[in-house]
Design a protein around this ligand. Structure first.
Ligand code: HEM
Length: 196
């Protein structure tokens, strides 16, 4: 019957929501168990802060890398509609997902430093992390946000294929690439803890 797919859709979406919630609960329970049985952190609280710090950093940096790869692919294919689509996704992800994720990463990082007797502000790798975050924050507020507002209005006024729109999109995606490179340097810094 014609009605079957329409009737089945809400059921499928409810099942998907339950399965997703189940997976999230299982990951949360396992993560918490690992943190409470840590052999690599001074306290359980530190292990939990570090877990949140790293998981959210993976989401933030990984999401940025994926957008960069998709943008490079669209650029190479010279596909203006796809470029505009990726720019719209990047504006949404930057404002609604990556900016709050960055704040969580920063908050957990600072909490760990305050909680630790061995790590302090003034430790070189911590200062490199703070500088990287400050650079990324300043780029987001001072460059990416105004650029993305301009792209939103160019898309509405002139359309995706207009040379002006495409040039603005190419510029914002280039700045976003530099921002991701800074974050990758911070990840390398956090993993290797150089100079101190
Ligand atoms: C800018 C983005 C940042 C990213 C992507 C990031 C990423 C990471 C990663 C991947 C680790 C795990 C490294 C490991 O222990 O092997 C880590 C650990 C850590 N991060 Fe960050 N981090 C960032 C910013 C910060 C900031 C600003 C601070 C301090 C204010 C900070 C403080 C710490 C601390 C204390 C640890 C635990 C180190 C340990 O257990 O030995 N992070 N970070």
């Amino acid at each position: 019957m014609e009605t079957t797919p329409i009737a089945a859709a809400p059921r499928a979406s409810r099942t998907s929501a339950w399965v997703t919630a189940g997976i999230a609960a299982a990951v949360f329970a396992l993560g918490l168990t690992f943190a409470l049985k840590t052999t690599d952190a001074p306290t359980h609280a530190f292990a939990i802060f570090k877990l949140i710090h790293v998981v959210v950093a993976v989401f933030w940096v990984g999401g940025g890398i994926l957008l960069t790869v998709l943008a490079l692919r669209a650029e190479r294919a010279k596909d203006p509609e796809e470029m505009a689509h990726i720019a719209r996704q990047a504006v949404f992800a930057g404002e609604r997902l990556f900016a709050p994720a960055g704040l969580v990463v920063l908050a957990m990082g600072i909490t760990m430093v305050i909680n630790s007797h061995e790590i302090g502000f003034g430790t070189t790798w911590v200062d490199i992390g703070l500088t990287g975050y400050a650079l990324s924050f300043a780029t987001g507020i001072g460059v990416l946000a105004p650029m993305s507002r301009r792209i939103v209005s160019l898309l509405a006024d002139k359309g995706a294929a207009a040379p002006e729109t495409q040039a603005a999109i190419a510029r914002i995606l280039l700045v976003a690439r530099v921002d991701i490179a800074v974050l990758l340097v911070v990840v390398a810094d956090m993993f290797t803890k150089p100079f101190s």
